[in-house]
Write a protein of this length. Structure first.
Lengths: 309, 320
């Protein structure tokens, strides 16, 4: 590892990683059926401009839009033991991993970055539902711990975007053990007096909701996101009745007192800045466009060449 | 009448034959069957030992779910004195899937909490088959708080297929309740010992088993998902539960070698359900030993110990 790969590359990555998509590519909104220009959706944060349906957004796309100027530095995550159970169903776990890596271009289901949003320094973690259903693996647990440790080190809040079907079955009990491990990460933030803000995105279920995704100081969800512990089908089979319209959706949870807010993705960044600055005792955010920062000192200070413990 | 599991069928035949002979002899005094019946007994014993020596992971799941396996209530009755149940979450209801209260363990006051499955149709319904709703976890949180305030060690007995998948349970925050219970386990400054006595079903088990020391009975299981659930997702066929049980590494032996649990408690030959008293006594001995090992730790040291245990988990895989 050298200065170029540690310092420059993450930065360049973040600026130029926007997926190069042909101009003429059309995408159909799976909610209202409207045909949308890919460029148009991507500029609209993958929210349908016709019906406001929130489509999936990758962690990198989210970070590009979230951080000031799309600039952030990846926080390194320690690698866990690979395939600890030598798990095999119809496919071998390492083969499923390789397929997921190829599909997403990412190493694992959680991305951690540090940077500024509205000139407010934060650490952010985002779960990738496209990577094996975002499932909570040992890596995901390590990522959340690394994010919390980095936030404590830099005295910054942690914003976590959750998206997962639960714990990763292929890691068996070790996947499940990420519930207590990530709970410890949340405790570190609380002990340091730092805000931990969870943004629940579609879908967040199972062991993930039953651990770090429900322990935030502030719980925000994206509109219509599916959030729950048990799957709707399992519940219907158990109670032998049909579940009501909107069951386990963000708005339903808000009504039942399980969330603080449901916020449109297009307003989320401003809202996060407002909330964080108040909780951190900072001055109100500057409204409107900020001038480009002359320097980004937090990047220069980031000891990216030092591996995390 | 003994409840036989499918793989115990050959055993059922032999034991049935011995029983039949003895019944016949009771009505016909001229018959001398004792030698023959004894031979069958010996054969049955050998078969039982043989069957239980090499239980497959799926068979262990079956044993762990055996309807006659001793449940939480049996352990509390046998191992604790002055058990005083404390009910309710002070918010919505008392969840009968979780029992708990204050009691004495070897004369020392403790808090005991566990999932109870029930042992007949009526009690199984009452206890909701050991599947807790949010109120059950919130009751546990309340009891752990009580233990923390009065410096009482906490003993949890885990035996649940999982948290209850219900409409109301979701509406009242099943996930949040489990998350808070796990969080509470990590916060209390008193020794926390957990024993998986039957089924450790996913998050519903973690909520009680985030302990300083975790022990499992020899034929109990602890898993991220039930083998049936895993099979239907990964194999797209719930009938592939044997394969799933194998792949998930959910036995006490697997968890011990992965460094997830601290102790395996031996079961009597033929499983805890055949000799409940003996199994319960073994669990009692283990709890006592594990508690003794933590007795001189300060509240801070206990919290640190628990954190360290879970933070260092997953540093190794199975060596095969
Ligand atoms: Zn639309």
């Amino acid at each position: 590892m050298n200065w170029i790969t540690n310092y420059v590359r993450p930065r360049i990555n973040s600026i130029f990683s926007r997926r190069e998509v042909p101009e003429n590519l059309w995408t159909k909104c799976d909610e209202c059926g409207t045909m949308l220009f890919h460029r148009e959706i991507s500029d609209n944060l993958f929210v349908c401009s016709n019906c406001s349906h929130h489509m999936a957004i990758t962690p990198r796309e989210r970070f590009d839009a979230l951080f000031d100027g799309g600039i952030y530095v990846d926080v390194p995550v320690p690698d866990p033991v690979a395939d600890p159970l030598h798990f095999r169903d119809q496919k071998k776990y390492p083969d499923r991993m390789k397929a997921a890596q190829k599909k997403t271009g990412e190493k694992e289901a959680m991305l951690v970055g540090e940077g500024e949003i509205g000139r407010t320094p934060i650490v952010a973690a985002a779960q990738d539902f496209g990577f094996m259903g975002g499932s909570m693996s040992m890596f995901v647990g390590n990522a959340i711990i690394a994010a919390a440790e980095r936030a404590v080190e830099l005295n910054r809040p942690l914003v976590l975007f959750s998206a997962a079907g639960g714990a990763r079955m292929q890691e068996g009990i070790l996947g499940l053990m990420q519930m207590p491990r990530t709970t410890i990460a949340v405790q570190m933030l609380k002990e340091a007096g730092l805000p931990y803000i969870v943004v629940l995105t579609h879908p967040t279920t199972g062991g993930v909701t039953a651990s770090y995704a429900m322990l935030g100081d502030v719980q925000i969800a994206e509109p219509n996101a599916l959030i729950g512990f048990a799957g709707a089908r399992v519940i219907e089979q158990t109670i032998r009745e049909k579940l009501p319209e909107g069951f386990q959706r963000a708005e339903y949870l808000l009504e039942h007192g399980m969330l603080d807010r449901v916020t449109d993705r297009r307003h989320l960044r401003d809202e996060l800045v407002t909330i964080i600055r108040m909780l951190m005792g900072m001055t109100p955010p500057v409204q409107g466009d900020l001038p480009a920062p002359e320097d980004t000192p937090q990047l220069a200070e980031a000891p990216a060449d030092k591996p995390k413990k | 009448m003994t409840h036989y599991l499918d793989f115990e069928k050959p055993l059922a035949e032999i034991e049935g034959k011995a029983e039949e002979l003895r019944t016949m002899a009771r009505t016909n005094e001229d018959m001398d069957i004792e030698a023959e019946a004894k031979a069958l007994d010996t054969k049955a014993d050998a078969m039982l030992i043989d069957l239980y020596k090499k239980l497959t992971p799926w068979r262990k799941c079956q044993v762990a779910r055996h309807p006659e396996r001793p449940h939480c209530k049996n352990y509390i009755d046998a191992l604790f004195t002055e058990y005083t149940p404390l009910a309710g979450d002070r918010n919505f209801a008392d969840d009968h899937a979780v029992m708990g209260g204050i009691a004495r363990f070897h004369d020392k006051p403790v808090v005991v909490i566990g999932h109870e499955k029930g042992n007949d149709t009526q009690s199984r319904i009452t206890h909701n088959f050991g599947m807790a709703r949010p109120e059950g976890y919130r009751k546990a949180i309340r009891l752990m708080d009580l233990a923390d305030r009065f410096r009482l060690p906490v003993i949890t007995l885990v035996d649940t297929p999982g948290a209850y998948p219900g409409k109301g349970a979701e509406e009242r925050g099943q996930s949040e309740a489990i998350a808070r219970s796990t969080e509470k386990c990590l916060q209390i400054g008193v020794p926390l010992i957990s024993v998986v006595i039957g089924e450790g079903g996913s998050g519903g088990a973690v909520a009680f088993a985030t302990a300083n020391r975790v022990a499992m009975l020899e034929h109990s299981v602890y898993s991220v998902i039930s083998p049936e659930g895993c099979a239907s997702i990964l194999w797209k066929d719930a009938e592939k539960m044997r394969e799933a049980a194998e792949a998930l590494r959910l036995t006490a032996q697997d968890l011990h070698s992965l460094g997830v649990i601290d102790r395996i408690i031996p079961e009597p030959s033929g499983g805890a359900h055949r000799h409940a008293k003996q199994a319960i006594a073994e669990v009692g001995k283990t709890i006592q030993a594990l508690l003794a090992g933590l007795s001189d730790k300060s509240p801070e040291a206990l919290i640190r110990d628990r954190r360290k245990k879970f933070m260092s988990m997953g540093k190794r895989g199975l060596e095969i």
